[in-house]
Design a protein around this ligand. Structure first.
Ligand SMILES: Nc1ncnc2c1ncn2[C@@H]1O[C@H](COP(=O)(O)OP(=O)(O)OP(=O)(O)O)[C@@H](O)[C@H]1O
Ligand SMILES: O=C(O)c1ccc[n+]([C@@H]2O[C@H](COP(=O)([O-])O)[C@@H](O)[C@H]2O)c1
Length: 214
């Protein structure tokens, strides 16, 4: 499963788990992008942070692993290169490529799209707010998965605004984001009060008030 994973969230993990279960996959390899060229207009976190968050998020599942092929390949990330490299590394493996409905809808704009179909079996999964279509190809499988209305964009915006992302992303990823200050406004903005996180003391005093109220 390829993705920018900025950050990885439970929508990604549920999609991978469901496809692995239905198709009886031995392993799901998460492949964080190096330079996602279709996101060139937006700021993307350094690849090492996205790679490490993906490692943390998948560590507890023995069937999940993370590949560095896209992170380590210089230049823009194209799935045609990802699949060729994975195929060279595991020539005997049947490759599946998992995509959400939104990514599948864009696939005709991907590099060398006509060559993709012979390198992997594509599986499109449902995603709230997006229509799932096999874009007229019978060789693409479509799957309904439990709806997770979570996006990395929303997670970044929540952290930036000082709102929690607990239970949207794995606990270790919440802690990683806090440790490295990802998605937080810069210091000047914090000092000017923009995006100020909810103060622990505010929350504590509200709890205390609630406890003494009859
Ligand atoms: N909630 C979700 N349910 C199902 N599939 C998802 C979900 N979120 C992401 N995906 C799929 O996972 C893959 C990687 O997505 P990506 O890393 O770009 O996450 P994103 O949440 O879409 O990020 P952003 O909001 O930054 O665009 C894509 O195929 C995408 O369609
Ligand atoms: O090959 C391409 O041209 C291409 C264009 C856009 C996205 N992709 C791949 O689609 C996957 C999801 O990408 P994204 O940008 O939605 O996180 C990831 O593996 C990308 O490398 C691939």
């Amino acid at each position: 499963m390829g993705g920018t994973f900025d950050p990885i969230h439970h929508g990604h993990l549920v999609a991978a788990s469901e496809v692995a279960s239905v198709f009886g996959l031995d392993e799901v390899v998460f492949v964080p992008t190096g330079q996602p060229w279709q996101k060139a207009k937006q700021e993307v976190s350094p690849a090492e942070h996205r790679y490490l968050m993906t490692v943390i998020a998948t560590a507890s599942n023995p069937r999940f692993s993370v590949s560095r092929v896209d992170v380590d390949r210089p230049g823009r990330t194209y799935t045609i290169d990802t699949l060729r490299e994975l195929h060279a590394l595991r020539p005997d493996a049947d490759l599946f490529f998992i995509t959400g409905a939104d990514a599948l809808a864009q696939i005709l704009s991907w590099k060398d799209v006509d060559e993709l179909w012979s390198l992997a079996h594509f599986v499109g999964v449902t995603r709230p707010g997006h229509e799932l279509s096999n874009i007229g190809r019978d060789d693409i499988s479509l799957m309904e998965i439990p709806a997770m209305a979570i996006s990395s964009t929303d997670c970044r915006e929540r952290v930036h605004a000082g709102h929690p992302v607990w239970y949207l992303v794995p606990d270790g990823v919440v802690q990683y984001i806090a440790k490295y200050g990802l998605y937080t406004p810069d210091v000047a903005a914090v000092e000017s009060g923009v995006g100020r996180p909810v103060a622990a003391t505010d929350a504590a005093s509200r709890t205390a008030t609630a406890l003494v109220t009859p």
